[in-house]
Design a protein around this ligand. Structure first.
Ligand code: URA
Length: 218
């Protein structure tokens, strides 16, 4: 089987709505944070739709025995937020995955060279085989941060085809880089924008996601 990067842009009205709120430069920081949280919730909903491990069990309703399908609590999905901005999406993801273990990864980019480096790594020494990992990072611009994140995950035994990534806006340079290097990866994003400006920001994009979530732009 030939593996290929898959990029999903779910056609959900709530995803479109919250993306519109996030894109608007007039949106104040608290509402922007809400928009990113809601996008985290709906994009996670789409990403786990066919991915959450379930099990059948017998229960008793008030009237009769019944077979039900429940989420299997013994195989929780792992979430890796890329700090800072990935924390905004994490809030929404956690509303759907309350049992998820959260492993923080801090990655910063040099604003001149656009190279990315890891400044905080709370990943486990080794992931169990077949661990399902959901990465949260709102802006896939150059792809440099995500390449660093993927290297750190793979060093610890993660399988790219068991990794799903949620982002708000993705741009072609990041998709190209990730597709070439990690063809088994699945990406769920609210939108694919066309280009980056000379500072590596996505255009039209939504600006600096971390600054807008945490109110640090002024
Ligand atoms: N990071 C952001 O926060 N915004 C961009 O447009 C690109 C990278």
């Amino acid at each position: 089987m030939t593996l290929q990067l898959r990029v999903y842009v779910p056609p959900h009205p709530l995803i479109k709505h919250w993306l519109g709120v996030a894109r608007d430069a007039a949106t104040p920081s608290p509402l922007f944070k809400t928009a990113i949280k809601e996008l985290g919730r709906w994009l996670t909903y789409e990403a786990v739709r066919d991915w959450l491990p379930t099990e059948e069990m017998e229960i008793q309703t008030p009237l009769a025995p019944c077979t039900v399908t429940m989420v299997n609590p013994e195989k929780p999905i792992v979430v890796v937020p890329i700090l800072r901005a990935g924390l905004g999406l994490l809030e929404g993801a956690q509303t759907l995955l309350p049992l998820a273990s959260i492993y923080h990864l801090g990655i910063v980019r040099n604003e001149e060279t656009l190279e990315a480096s890891c400044y905080l790594n709370k990943l486990p020494q080794q992931f169990a085989p077949q661990t399902q990992i959901l990465i949260t990072d709102p802006m896939l611009a150059t792809g440099n941060s995500m390449m660093v994140a993927m290297e750190e995950l793979i060093k610890r035994g993660a399988d790219p085809s068991m990794i799903r990534l949620i982002s708000v806006v993705a741009a072609p340079p990041a998709l190209q880089k990730l597709g070439t290097n990690y063809p088994g990866l699945n990406i769920y994003t609210a939108m694919i924008d066309e280009e980056l400006n000379s500072q590596g920001y996505i255009v039209p994009g939504l600006g600096d996601a971390g600054d807008r979530i945490f109110g640090t732009s002024v």
